[in-house]
Design a protein around this ligand. Sequence first.
Ligand SMILES: C[S@@+](CC[C@H](N)C(=O)[O-])C[C@H]1O[C@@H](n2cnc3c(N)ncnc32)[C@H](O)[C@@H]1O
Length: 390
Amino acid sequence: MIVKKPKLQPPSFAPFPPAWLWLMDEAIPQLVKSEYSPRESWKDKPFSKEDAHFFFKGIHELSELFTEERPKGMPAYFQHPKYRSAYLLYFLPLQAAKFLTLFSLHPAAFEAALDHGRKNGILRIADLGSGPGTASLSFLLLLLQQKLKTGEQLPQIELDWFDTNESIMKDGKALVDQLSNCFPKLRGRVHVNIHVTPWWKSPTLLAQKELSLTFMGHILNESSAPQRDSSSFWKMILEQTGGGGTLLVEPAARKPSQILSFLRNQFFESELIENDPTRLWGPCLHSGECPLTEGRDWCHFSIPTQIPGEWFKGFSEALSTERQWVKFSYLWLTSLQYRSQRQHPSARRVISDSLSQGPKPTVLLCEPQTPGRWTSPTRNSIYRGDIVNI
Ligand SMILES: C[S@@+](CC[C@H](N)C(=O)[O-])C[C@H]1O[C@@H](n2cnc3c(N)ncnc32)[C@H](O)[C@@H]1O
């Protein structure tokens, strides 16, 4: 038996590109200060500790709303400026850290999106329930790190954002514009199209435009599509998305994670995607029934990380939630043309922390229908998300 190198705990894990600090510590605080300061005279001055104190109230309140199981009729919190500023300052970096983590866990998916964009001349991304475009901004930060050959340019990038709140998308667009103006690699190459509409209308509005990537970040937990429309929505969006495929990210909580498991089963059962594990970038290694769709356990991951940024650190401390981890559940479907690598038949994803106190860890493994239980023959630590060969 070989225990493979951990797959969800990369050994030299550094997903934060250099432009991260510019965005999180300079551009966002300055945007918040100029758009959301209650007094005109404050607006031109640099973001200070007093500002952090002032805006923290909204961060604290929004964090309470987000940590509770989402109420049924989730309030439209972005209608309130206090919560838009709170999201930009604290939740945007937190969620962006998750997207960057996922890009670095699945580099082939990121490459597929880029390759598709290069071949088509346009790299088009649909960001559904975009908020301030967290996923798109994370993608751009990583693109800035790409090594280009001499004379090579990135393709034209079109970001199609769909959200019911226009103001938060406008804030995000201002950040994308600043980012692309500040960094020559992106200058003149990025365009944001704002669509103020529910996410399930996106395929119709995008008509026949081919996508290199679709993001749905932290949205299914708060808003469900009308039953009547949802299967046609999924059919259209999956057909329309080439390149890097469709990435759904949700909080690590039971309900949203089980929604993802349910959707995944449906996609395979209804043959919206063919029954083959190469149609998933992750986390699943098989295309049988998800073993965690119901019940006590659910499929989620915690990755150790230190999210950089002075203001983020201060807000985390004030919330008493110093972030040593990013936690999420996710489902990343490939497109038809770009598939994931087939894994060895004995490879299994670990889907629990160690269940035993003894020196040899016992863990649950992802297998069709029912989780497998497995005790490692060695004393090596095994983490949730690792891939082991049994
Ligand atoms: C938690 S935020 C996530 C924002 C962003 N995707 C991220 O990961 O940071 C949820 C977003 O979904 C939007 N939203 C809620 N219901 C929606 C709907 N039916 N259609 C489109 N957007 C919706 C909200 O306005 C908000 O911007």
